[in-house]
Write a new protein. Sequence first.
Length: 271
Amino acid sequence: MTARHVVVTGGASGIGKGTARRFASAGDIVTLVDFRADALATALAEVEAEGALRPGTIVSDLRDPHAAESVVADAWARAPIDVLVSAAGVYPATPFLELDAEIWDSVLDLNLRAPVLLTVALARRAIAEARKPVVVNIGSGAALRARPGAAPYSTSKAGLEMATRASALELGPHGIRVNAVSPGFVAVASEVNRVTEEYASAVSPNPLGRVGEPDDIARAVFWLASDDASWVTGTVLRVDGGSSTGALGLPLSWPSPGEDTTRITGAERNA
């Protein structure tokens, strides 16, 4: 298979780095984008060790409204972009009554505006040169379920799901596919997005009984970017161990005080 040029934002750590390593192992050209130069250098060495063809980095803070255009231009100068993976994101915990415009904008600018503007910049350049790249956005189960302190994050990920559908609708006629992967809780040991053991324990239960790993998400991204998914666009693929199926930890029933629940008849069970 011809090597593809894959651009991964948030590529210095976590799901972004795991995804970059997956494409690198296939012998693709990989460009990592992140605002942390030191972490990028470390990730670059790992991606190179996986077998990436001509790996490279771009240091950029995607919260800058002009960053998307320059990132696409700089990456395209290395080679035309075949796959864009928008994995950069932040999820600070801020109680709703403590929100202000600065906090709100910092989350929405990176988690929602940046992926949209990156897709716009890539699509314009690709259409002008008659190319058909694939875009995969990294969403979150938080798009479906609010939780304390995560109003900006949940809103940004819900918006990203709709942005994925909207861009797929308009870019499909040009042969450009846009999809999203929605992870459940994934252990990434992020220095930027720290979580406590208490938090991880509260959000990680799922029917399959284990915490996700970056490569769980990377494999899904890799498939969506492949020809095997050539008739898939505008979809949100939930890779979460089944956590989005329902509330696993609820009791089987809520008996009235003093009610004997040791025996339930078939009729009662099926009522």
